[in-house]
Each structure stands twice: as C-alpha cells, then as structure tokens.
Design a protein around this ligand. Structure first.
Ligand code: SF4
Length: 326
C-alpha cells in the first residue's frame, strides 16, 4: 500500500485535531529517524539516518503542496497542520520552504514536532523558525541520560542542541517554542530521567533555553522497549507541580488526555486513510474511530481486511490493544 504524505486527521493529546505531514518517503524502514528512542511508538529500528545529507527519499515542497491541496478542503475543524509522522521532519532541509508554501493555501497554524537532534544546525533553526509552533523534545539536561534514552546516530550532542533551542526561543517573535519533557520509568518503578538530581539539572537547562511552554508527559502507547513504563499520573502531577513552582502556571502544561472534538471528513479511500494513520501512530479501535470520524462498524471490516492482508498488526500495552502498520 502506498504511503501518503498527508495523513489523518489525528487526535493528539497536545494539539487537538491535526492533519499530519510526513516528509520522508517510506523506504524499507518503518521509521526514518536519527534517534532510536527506548520509548518510540514506531518500534525499534537499527538503521538510523545520520544527517539530512543522507536522506535519499526526501519529499519535495511541490509534493507537499499538491497532496495538501487535495485533502484540506475535505476536512473541517482542524487545530493544526503538523509535520511529524514516521520521520524526524528536520532531516528534510526543504521544511522551511514547505511551510511558506502551505501558508499560501491555508491559514491553519503550522506545527513541527521535532526530536531536537539537529537544532545545532543553523539551516535547521531557520526552517523551524518558519513554524507557528515548534514542539521540541528534551528528556534531560544530562548528556548520558539523553544518550541512553534516545540512542542517537553519531555526531549528535546535547550541548549543541541546548544552544540551538535557546536561539530558536530567542528568535521567536510571535512564535512559540514548547519543550516536550517525556518522563519515563523502568519496570521496577524507578525513574529513568526524573531523580532529584535530574530534575535539578533539567530545570537549570530549561531556564537557560527559556521556552514559551513546557509540556510534561509520559508514554501513552506501547514503547519499543518492553521494560520502559509510563509514569503514573500521581508522580507526573508531582513533577509538574515542581516545574510550576519554578516556571509558573502559565508556562507549564501537564499533558494527560487529548481533546475530543468532532470533525467532518469527506471520505476518499478509507482503507488507505486508516493505514496511513496507523503507519504514523499506533491507535486503539476507539482512537482510530475518533481521529478519522469513522463509523465503528465500517472500521471493524477495514481493520480485519488490513490484518488479513498482513499490512497491520496488533500490539498490546498493559491496558489496551493497539493497531500498528507493519
Ligand atoms: S520517538 Fe520520535 S525521535 Fe524517537 S526514535 Fe521514535 S520517531 Fe525518532
């Protein structure tokens, strides 16, 4: 099944309802990234892309505009157009041009979700500065912890990332930089990145970066490593409380549940839409229904068909069953 550049809409805990854009073509890999995070919802992949110069199948700005134009008039009630998907969007150096082109055809705010890895590069900083919102990952202020969690491609270092994030925050006249602080623990319930020392270091680092917003969250889908566990809500609230005391209520956001908003979608090819969503984001039955606004009866037959064809699989978290593209 072909991979769509534009997918969704997806229902996200942070952005409400957004249309996703994936700007590296799906090659033989199910994710196109320079990290291999222990919490990745797309599973474990050994072959990491080392830099933008190594990307062989980057989507072009023309392809993005064309794909978006086809879809956008069929979807109402969107909060964002979001660059994300199976790839790290900053690996495509045409990102800035794509954003400028989208502004010519839509007034919907544009968000880029980035793992922050390439923030040390000036070209990447300039591309990100075009977006209305940049949601950038920062799991720790400590290089070693970051390495253990992200398992990055060679040549990526935290110091450069922090400097890049700071520059981006400063450049943002009217723009917003949100730092996504993903908290994790192991199966014994021990913190992987939020011991007292880690929190102290993180607060110092965030103070230096000076973002517009800090989002505290934990994993919500089955992570690539089975020994990684989501942090219980009570503990998350405790950490968020500490961050609020440091940065204020206006800046800190505890991300627990998604907004549920109905959206009208005119269907084109339901099988393809469901597959395109599950390729980028494993979803439960209910989440798939809500995201794409599909009747549960219709979705059952689509999922059965895709399972029968071996295009998707079922994975389970501790509490729920998710569907994911193979
Ligand atoms: S979680 Fe995001 S940054 Fe990490 S490996 Fe997966 S796709 Fe890449």
């Amino acid at each position: 099944m072909r991979s769509r550049i534009v997918y969704g809409p997806i229902l996200s805990r942070r952005l409400g309802r957004s249309l996703g854009i994936d700007i590296i073509k799906n090659t033989n890999s199910k994710k196109n990234c320079n990290y291999d995070c222990i919490y990745c919802q797309l599973g474990h992949v050994e072959l990491k892309i080392r830099s933008p110069e190594d990307v062989r199948e980057a989507v072009t700005p023309e392809e993005v505009s064309k794909s978006l134009q086809k879809v956008i008039s069929n979807v109402e009630g969107l909060d964002y157009i979001t660059f994300s998907g199976t790839c790290e969007p900053t690996l495509n150096l045409s990102l800035g041009e794509m954003i400028r082109n989208i502004r010519k055809i839509s007034e919907i705010p544009i968000c880029v979700i980035t793992n922050s890895s390439l923030l040390g590069r000036e070209d990447v900083q300039n591309n990100l500065a075009e977006a209305d919102l940049v949601v950038a990952t920062l799991v720790s202020g400590n290089e070693e912890t970051c390495r253990k969690i992200h398992r990055p491609a060679p040549g990526i270092n935290l110091k450069e990332i922090i400097e890049g994030l700071r520059k981006l925050a400063k450049a943002g006249i009217g723009k917003r930089l949100a730092l996504e602080v993903m908290l994790l623990e192991n199966e014994a319930g021990e913190p992987l990145n939020f011991t007292d020392e880690e929190i102290e270091e993180l607060v110092k680092t965030i103070r230096y970066i000076c973002p517009d917003e800090i989002e505290i969250l934990t994993v919500s889908r089955p992570p690539s490593e089975k020994w990684v566990r989501p942090v219980p809500e009570e503990k998350l609230k405790e950490v968020a409380k500490h961050f609020i005391s440091e940065f204020g209520e206006e800046t800190v956001k505890l991300v627990l549940k998604g907004k549920k908003k109905k959206v009208k979608v005119l269907r084109t090819n339901v099988d393809e839409e469901v597959y395109a969503l599950l390729l980028r984001r494993p979803c439960t039955f209910k989440q798939t229904c809500q995201s794409l606004n599909i009747d549960p009866k219709n979705l059952s037959s689509v999922l059965e068909k895709l399972l029968g064809e071996g295009k998707i699989e079922i994975i389970s978290s501790e509490v729920e069953k998710y569907y994911r593209a193979k």
